[in-house]
Each structure stands twice: as C-alpha cells, then as structure tokens.
Design a protein around this ligand. Structure first.
Ligand SMILES: Cc1cc2nc3c(=O)[nH]c(=O)nc-3n(C[C@H](O)[C@H](O)[C@H](O)COP(=O)(O)OP(=O)(O)OC[C@H]3O[C@@H](n4cnc5c(N)ncnc54)[C@H](O)[C@@H]3O)c2cc1C
Length: 489
C-alpha cells in the first residue's frame, strides 16, 4: 500500500512496540504505520514458514548489525523482533519499574503497569507449557537446577517472582506458531478503516519546524524519496533504529552531528547514549547418543522447541532484588557433530552496569550505525557473570552431554572477557527520564524533551533494562505510551 502525503498519526517502525502503538491508536484515529521490511498481512498462509515456526530462531530478515565477533540480529519485517524471537515472555521484577517512577517517570511504577502487563499477556495469547510439552533436555535442566537447591517455579511473568527454575509463559499457539505483535495488535484493527500499513518504507529523517516535528522523509523500495506531513509522530524503530533516525534528523549530541556534517536541529546529548544489553557467557557441549535418541522419540509425538526452561539466580551483586541472572539452555542441530546436536548453557546478566553507544557512521539512511555495547567494561558485570558460570558448571546434565566444546580454560575472568556474548536485548539508547536529567531523551509519556509532536515507544526508552527478557516489557512500553497518547489526542 502506498502512503499518503499527510497522516494524522505516523508510527515509524512496525516492530514489537510500533505495532502495539499503531494497533491501539487505530481504533479511534487515522494511523499510518511505516515499516522498512515486508508486511505479510493477516493471513498466515502468506507468511514465510520460518517466521511462523516458534520452535527455533529464524535466520532470515536480519538487518545485519555487526561489531567484531558479535552479530546483533534484528528483524526487518512487520512485528520486528517479535516476529523472529524466542517467545519467552517474562516481566522482570517490580522493583525495577518502581525505580523508574522514583527517578522521575510517573506512571511507570509496578502498580500502575500491572494492568498493562495483563493487557499485553492477553493480546499475545500467553500460555504456560503443559508438563508433557517440556522436551527431555529442558526437563533435565529443571531437575539439575532443583538438585542444586533452586525451587521449581513457573513465575517468570510475575512482577513479584522469586529466584527459581522452570518455564516462562510463551506467545506460541499449541500448534507452534509465534504470535508476533502484528498478529496480536494489527490484525484486530486492519479492517476498521483507520490503519494504513506501508511496508518497504525506510525512514530517513524527521523534519522539524520551530521546535515541532511536522513531517517524515522516507525512501521507498524503488529508491524514491517522499515527504509525509504528520500531526503526531511516534518513533518505534528499536534500540538501534530509533537513535539512527533521530541522529539523521539532526536531533542528538551536537559534537557527533557536527562530525558527520549533519545540521544540528536539536542538541540532545542522550541520543545514542546509555546503550546496554544483557551480556552472556555460555558453555557448549556435544549432545550424547542418549540425548539424540530421546529427542527423536519426543519429536515423533510433540513439537520440539530448542529452548523452554530458565533459571533465575541471585549473585552477590543482586542487592535488594530477588535475582539478577538467567541461565537459559537451548539445543541446536549441528550436522558436524557425531550425534547431530549441540547443547548450549548460557548465563545472562540481567542488570548490567556497563553502558555503550549507538553512533552514525554517515548520514546515509542505508548505512547501519556503529553499535558499541561496551560489554563488561564495568568490572561488577564480570563478577556477576563469573558467579553464574560457577553455578552452571555444577549442573549435572550428564546423561545428555558429550564432549565439552566450549568451557573455561585458564583464568576464568580472562576466558569470560574473551568469549562473552549477548542475549539479543539492546535497550536504553533514548532513555526516559525527567527534563532535569541531562541524558534523558524522552519524558514519561515518551515525548522527546524540547520538541513537540514527537514521541518514542520501543526498547530504546528503558532507563535500565528490566531483569527479564524484554519482549513483554517492550509490549508494555507500547501499551503504556499508547495510553498516554490517547489522553492527549
Ligand atoms: C534472536 C532474538 C531472540 C530474542 N528472544 C527473545 C525472547 O525469547 N524473549 C524476549 O522477551 N525477548 C527476546 N528478544 C528480544 C525482544 O524481541 C526485543 O527486545 C524486542 O522485540 C524489541 O522491540 P522494539 O519494538 O524495541 O524493536 P523491534 O521489534 O526491533 O522493532 C523495530 C522496528 O523498526 C523497523 N525499523 C528500524 N529502522 C527503521 C527505519 N529506518 N525505517 C523503517 N523501519 C525501521 C524494524 O524493521 C522493526 O520492525 C529476542 C531478540 C532477538 C533478536
């Protein structure tokens, strides 16, 4: 569908949160949703099979962000990362949100957010695995964690959840389809006449006039440049994409913009700062013959998801919080190994202190940003990961694990420094906070400080990433900011 030259509300980025905002607002208002990738529509028959299949992570539709040995997958399709993610839905801890509110973001305390978590859970059709659906490797992980003293609990979507081990709810239908936010939020309003989804549209920049965002410049798939004026713009291009669009628009740290030859339209030092993610370190083993046989047996009668169970652990760095680490094992097919399976046991730090940046390489809208996560630059992060690694090495998964493929060698801390990975959870690069906070980019309603007509709603606004997987919290960001906007409109 072709976009018009004016829209009352334009949402930039049809990803996890963008679909929520567009879907909620399009019940009453005219909304144009612009997405760089394809929109496969409401009929699952039109979707690529890999994006529907929730048992494993798809490799298609990736934007292509890289830095050194790190690959930062991001989905370039309607639904954004909700269209290719692992479907684990966890909320994080109440205290994380209460801290946001205490730091000057009213309406984000856990009590205020509970109804939005409930709405998100309902829209995403969250459900818990039945006992019989838990595959053998994941079952053995729960048993091994329990043997080390962790209580078995399936409370990952509870803001008052405790340390423990079990399965989080998932947004997966019983027949294995990933319920992305396009299915959950766009499909119910596609036929109401107020939503236009324009796919294949790369947002270059936002046009400002006298301190107000008034239009957006886009590039179509055929390379044409178009300008669309808007009454209200909501930027939802994700933790890498949203700072990219702001910086190309001349909204960001003046010195960085000047280096790139971009005219400074609004000096906002926090844009692209505060980038963080959950850093991880992982153990890897070849799967044993026994594991291969049991998986084949299980798969003959059940869906076989790669990942299902998780542990929440408490390190000595957790402070008042009940936990600060996840251990989230998965299996993957590896034809180079004798029995065809690789077993991965990653440990993720849920409240990292290290902070990095998103910086433009050039003003070219097709050039991906320079993403520097600065993982483990705060020594406390390394300490906490080392604690989790020690716990994971105690797990007895013995009947299922064969040859160790990746385990610590030499000094553990040096080994972590050389092998750490990430949990695919970039956040915080347009952080929320009060006007007096020099690095805050948006206020509690998502409005960009110092500008009218421009809001942001996605994982970039997290001041500190919640201690849970971020898909559900990001959906809640969409719900929360859509509700603030409904009050304004
Ligand atoms: C491989 C993987 C597995 C994951 N597994 C889980 C999991 O199991 N559980 C969990 O909770 N979290 C998981 N996550 C993380 C979670 O999915 C993300 O944190 C969350 O979806 C981010 O949502 P968002 O709205 O901020 O961004 P996105 O969903 O990335 O949305 C951004 C959208 O903007 C579009 N866009 C970007 N730039 C432009 C532009 N210039 N013009 C037009 N459109 C643009 C993108 O194409 C995309 O559609 C996973 C992530 C990945 C990558």
């Amino acid at each position: 569908m072709k976009p018009t030259d004016h829209a009352d509300i334009v949402v930039l980025g049809g990803g996890t949160a963008g679909c929520v905002v567009a879907g909620r607002l399009a019940r009453e208002h005219d909304v144009l949703l612009l997405e760089a990738g394809p929109d496969y529509g409401p009929d699952q028959a039109d979707w690529p099979a890999d994006l529907l299949d929730a048992t494993t992570l798809p490799a298609s539709h990736d934007w292509g962000y890289r830095a050194g040995r790190h690959v930062f997958e991001r989905c370039r399709a309607i639904g954004g990362c909700s269209t290719h993610n692992g479907c684990t839905q966890s909320s994080g801890w109440a205290g994380d949100y209460d801290a946001w509110a205490a730091d000057g973001s009213p309406g984000w305390d856990s009590a205020s957010l509970r109804p939005f978590f409930d709405k998100a859970a309902q829209a995403l059709r969250l459900r818990n695995y039945r006992e019989s659906e838990i595959q053998p490797f994941q079952r053995s992980f729960i048993a091994a964690g329990a043997a080390l003293g962790l209580p078995v609990r399936h409370d990952f979507d509870q803001l008052d959840g405790e340390a423990g081990i079990g399965c989080a709810p998932v947004n997966i239908t019983p027949d294995g389809v990933r319920v992305n936010t396009a299915f959950a939020y766009l499909d119910p309003v596609r036929n109401l006449g107020k939503l236009t989804v324009a796919a294949g549209m790369t947002v270059d920049r936002i046009i400002l006039d006298n301190g107000r965002a008034v239009a957006v410049e886009i590039i179509t798939e055929s390379g044409d440049r178009r300008r669309i004026s808007a009454g209200l713009i909501v930027l939802s291009a994700g933790a890498y994409g949203s700072p990219e669009v702001l910086l190309r628009s001349g909204i960001g740290p003046a010195a960085h913009l000047a280096d790139l030859g971009i005219e400074v339209r609004h000096d906002l030092p926090g844009v692209g700062e505060n980038l963080h993610d959950h850093p991880t370190i992982q153990l890897e083993f070849a799967g044993s013959a026994e594991l291969a046989a049991e998986l084949a047996d299980f798969a003959s009668t059940h869906l076989l998801p790669d990942e299902q169970a998780m542990a929440k652990l408490r390190s000595h760095r957790a402070g008042d919080a009940p936990y600060d680490l996840h251990v989230f094992p998965w299996i993957e097919r590896d034809p180079a190994l004798e029995h065809g399976w690789r077993c991965i046991v990653p440990i993720g730090l849920l409240r990292p202190r290290s902070r990095g940046t998103v910086r433009l390489r050039s003003a070219d809208p097709h050039a991906l940003a320079d993403v520097d996560h600065a993982y483990l630059t705060d020594p406390a992060d390394l300490d906490a990961l080392a604690h989790g690694l020690g716990w994971a090495r105690e797990l007895d998964l013995s009947p299922y694990l064969g040859t160790p493929l990746l385990v610590p060698q030499g000094d553990t801390r040096d080994w972590i420094r050389g092998h750490h990975q990430h949990y695919w959870h970039p956040a915080g690069s347009c952080r929320m906070g009060p006007a007096g906070d020099p690095l805050a980019v948006v206020d509690h309603t998502g409005k960009v400080h110092g500008l009218d007509g421009l809001h942001i709603a996605d994982a970039s606004v997290f001041p500190d990433i919640p201690r849970g997987t971020p898909a559900l919290p990001t959906t809640v960001v969409g719900e929360r900011i859509a509700a603030f906007l409904q009050e304004l409109l």
